[in-house]
Design a protein around this ligand. Structure first.
Ligand code: GLU
Length: 304
């Protein structure tokens, strides 16, 4: 039996001793205001025991972590038809890169880079009656937490400076891989990225990925094959152009966001969320990665 609480305490103490390198994301102006000294870790095991340390109940902008959740809802809506519009290969490029999109005729490399997530947003705008409200209720249901909400200030802030995302959406449109208006799709996308959540809520939401598609209340949202696919994508594509490094250092599927959050998980075992806003050069939380590397080393628990 693992003493997760002891491990988290040790990791928190040790990682705080390391220099706090990296920078808080500033290309979305609202994110630049967050203090880089925040650091929290929360772990939820398959038996639903919770372990916590540091700033794990403070909410932050989950940004790209939301891409796993929008993909999940799109798979619930149209299942395998998703793969006609987006591929499943790692990009090896930064999250907002556009060159591959042109080379590959408007089919994004995977649903976890921006262009791919914008296609997924387009699917949801088509499939859902009230896209933003329905997506939010999906997240609230998964976490069993009605207090989860969008951060309108962050969504607005990103809309003002989201030039690359407008470029990606227009490029997708030019290749016929965007059905709805660019404005409507990006309004949805900026809102999904602005979800304001803490590490505890993230673990609650991601529980279905360790529990074969069933949420904490035991309701089935996705089948085992869908979970297999999404977990595989998190492993190969969840960390921008550092997915290889994350698999090498940590050895778990997961997803990071430029708000400094990371969720990682070991199916049938545990789900862990970290938050530390200072990002390394590839856009992943520096302390978050260090903490997760310590965790899988100390516990000897990884998918490998
Ligand atoms: N909303 C952000 C963007 O589109 C998400 C980036 C991220 O967290 O990777 O640039």
């Amino acid at each position: 039996m693992q003493d997760f609480q002891q491990h988290l305490d040790t990791i928190h103490r040790d990682v705080l001793k390391l220099p706090n390198t990296g920078n808080v994301a500033s290309y979305i102006p609202e994110l630049a205001a967050v203090s880089n000294s925040k650091f929290g870790i929360h772990l939820l095991d398959i038996q639903k025991n919770k372990y916590a340390v540091g700033d794990c109940t403070e909410r932050f902008s989950i940004q790209s972590i939301s891409k796993v959740l929008s993909l999940s809802l799109a798979m619930r809506c149209i299942n395998e038809a998703v793969w006609k519009r987006v591929d499943v290969e790692p990009s090896g490029d930064p999250f907002n890169h556009l060159s591959l999109l042109e080379l590959e005729d408007g089919i994004p490399r995977n649903p976890l880079i921006n262009a791919g997530a914008i296609v997924i947003a387009d699917i949801l705008v088509s499939e859902l009656e009230n896209p933003k409200a329905d997506f939010l209720s999906f997240i609230r249901d998964l976490a069993n937490d009605p207090s989860i909400s969008y951060d309108e200030k962050v969504a607005k802030s990103e809309r003002k400076t989201g030039f690359k995302n407008f470029a990606a959406a227009n490029l997708l449109k030019s290749y016929g891989n965007l059905t709805n208006d660019v404005e409507d799709v990006l309004d949805f996308y900026f809102h999904q990225c602005s979800l304001h959540m803490n590490c505890v809520q993230l673990c609650d939401t991601f529980y279905l990925f360790i529990n074969r598609g069933k949420c904490k209340r035991n309701k089935t949202y996705l089948n085992i094959n869908q979970i297999k696919r999404i977990n595989a994508l998190m492993l190969t594509c969840g960390f921008y152009d550092e997915a290889g490094e994350f698999a090498f250092e940590v050895g778990l599927p997961g997803k990071s966001g430029v708000g400094g959050g990371i969720v990682a998980l070991l199916p049938n075992n545990f789900c862990v969320a970290t938050w530390s806003p200072a990002l390394n050069k590839k856009g992943n939380s520096a302390r978050g990665m260090a903490a997760l590397e310590h965790l899988t080393t100390l516990t000897e628990l990884s998918i490998f």
